[in-house]
Design a protein around this ligand. Structure first.
Ligand SMILES: O=C(O)C[C@H](O)C(=O)O
Length: 496
């Protein structure tokens, strides 16, 4: 048998990361298409339609599905009899692959990793390091699964050591109820039960790479307790009515995957990791014959969906002529098409804005009467003005919202997912509004951006402040000037 070389590993993982950035797995497309077909909530159906249209556009254009091109998670099973021609630690080998994939000039992916998590949070610039899980297994091959995990869904991870007599299903349903929509439902739930606390988390993460097959399971019936638990959790979570993007609807999860392992008699560790609408993973095997190759999926997999009906129902808003009467007339759930000037700013820019305001200095941009978009885009290629540029989770900006609205006169915020109580209070107090774009429809949203110019704090990389000019950017009014939220109204109406 020929040796498996470092370059086999690097070439394969780099190719895999590029591949999954642009192509949803076929089982995910099929499950999303089925969710679209059965969805009865118009808002959720539109959101799923945007996700599917975006997905097809990315497969055709070979551009990232989501601006959050994720952190590389690499699962490596090494056969104990495999011939390895590796001179360096696996971390270095895999990081070479990540660097190559994320810095590829024809399709750069977004560097999202910061070096030190609690101090300067400086971006590493090449998305390294990867998160690697290694196992020695039987055989003479190396099995690798590569996934790219977005931050919004990773942030909603939950863990508990339950009382051994507690119900896992009750705990999971309660957690999902409190998770909000920042994980971009509909997606998957990965659940690890048992083992040790670290083992439970690893099982939950790995379970997300399993194929979506809950409909097959439902058709054949459960064979064991884990099968029955999957069905129970899936049905009870979908009955919560969260729906796509938290707008209220029939489908919040496409599948629930469970892995379990023996544990201490006193313990019941349970880890829950959601995966978003940008579910991305691929598996391959190295046997010494060369790097892995990946065949693009057949485009007929994607349903034939158009967004024309939703666009025809939308109201056009001129962002350069906002006034209080116009803002006051907007209602939660209104579909809008935005044109005009937008500024971008997300986590790091908000932190810096408040530091500048604390020092009594002027901000580098005048936000009075303006709109801000919470986004960290991918870099453009060819004739693009910007790469995929979908919204980030707005809840992280809640702690800055009152201060920014009060001190800058900002009137419109655009992001994704619900706002918390302090942001809702601030929005009502300042007569502002909050709009949402569809998380996971980043390439589609970017088509509405006609100009993009970095105007401040370029040292923040993708978190810099840009001035954008947009034309007919599709959004929904999520919180009106009275602080009423579609994320409260929608799920309540669809709870069963
Ligand atoms: O970082 C981003 O662009 C989005 C993030 O994954 C999020 O969902 O909040």
């Amino acid at each position: 048998m020929k040796p498996i070389t470092e370059s086999h590993v690097i070439d394969s993982i780099a190719e895999a990361l590029q591949f999954i950035a642009c192509y949803h797995p076929p089982d995910f497309v099929a499950a999303m298409a089925a969710a679209h077909a059965r969805e009865e909530s118009p808002a959720a159906r539109d959101a799923i339609a945007q996700i599917l249209v975006n997905s097809r556009m990315c497969a055709l254009g070979q551009r990232p599905i989501c601006q959050d091109t994720g952190v590389a998670n690499v699962f490596v099973d090494i056969g104990v009899q495999a011939r390895l021609d590796w001179q360096r630690p696996l971390q270095e080998i895999v990081d070479d692959a990540v660097r190559r994939a994320y810095l590829l000039d024809t399709n750069p992916l977004r560097a999202s990793v910061v070096r030190d998590p609690f101090d300067t949070r400086k971006n590493t610039g090449d998305n390294t390091p990867a998160m690697i899980l290694t196992r020695m297994v039987a055989g003479d091959r190396v099995d690798i699964t590569v996934s790219a995990k977005g931050g919004g869904s990773e942030n909603k991870t939950r863990f508990a050591v339950l009382n051994p007599s507690a119900s896992v299903a009750d705990w999971v349903v309660e957690q999902v109820r409190g998770m909000g929509a920042g994980w971009c439902p509909p997606g998957m739930l990965g659940i690890g039960i048992g083992g040790s606390v670290d083992r439970a988390m690893a099982m939950a993460k790995e379970a997300l790479n399993d194929p979506i097959d809950i409909d097959d399971l439902r058709a054949r019936g459960p064979r064991d307790a884990a099968d029955a638990l999957r069905l129970e959790i899936c049905d009870r979570v979908n009955a919560l009515g969260i729906g796509a993007q938290g707008l209220g609807g029939l489908t919040s999860v496409l599948d629930v995957k469970i892995r379990h392992f023996p544990t201490h008699a006193a313990s019941l560790p349970v880890a829950l990791i959601p995966n978003c609408a940008a579910t991305r993973h691929v598996h391959f095997t190295l046997d010494g014959s060369g790097p892995a190759a990946f065949a693009p999926p057949d485009l007929s997999l994607w349903p034939d969906i158009t967004l024309k009906t939703a666009a025809a129902q939308a109201r056009r808003i001129d962002l350069d002529a906002l006034d209080q009467d116009l803002l006051d007339s907007l209602q939660p759930g209104d579909r809008l098409l935005l044109s005009g000037t937008l500024y971008t700013g997300r986590d790091a820019a908000h932190k810096r804005m408040v530091e500048v305001l604390d020092r009594g200095e002027a901000l580098p941009v005048d936000l009075r009467g303006r709109a801000i978009y919470y986004v960290g885009p991918v870099d453009p290629v060819r004739n693009e003005v910007i790469g995929p540029a979908g919204p980030t989770t707005s809840t992280r900006m809640d702690r800055f919202t009152d201060r920014v609205l009060r001190d800058t006169g900002l009137k419109v915020m655009i992001g994704k997912a619900e706002r918390g109580p302090e942001a809702l209070r601030a929005i009502a107090e300042h007569g502002a509004v909050y709009m949402i774009a569809v998380g996971g429809a980043a390439y589609l949203v970017a088509q509405a951006i006609r100009e993009a110019e970095p105007v401040a704090w370029t040292d923040l990389g993708m978190e810099a402040i840009y001035r954008l000019r947009v034309e007919d950017m599709p959004v929904m009014l999520a919180v009106d000037t009275q602080g009423r939220s579609i994320h409260e109204i929608g799920p309540k109406a669809w709870r069963r």
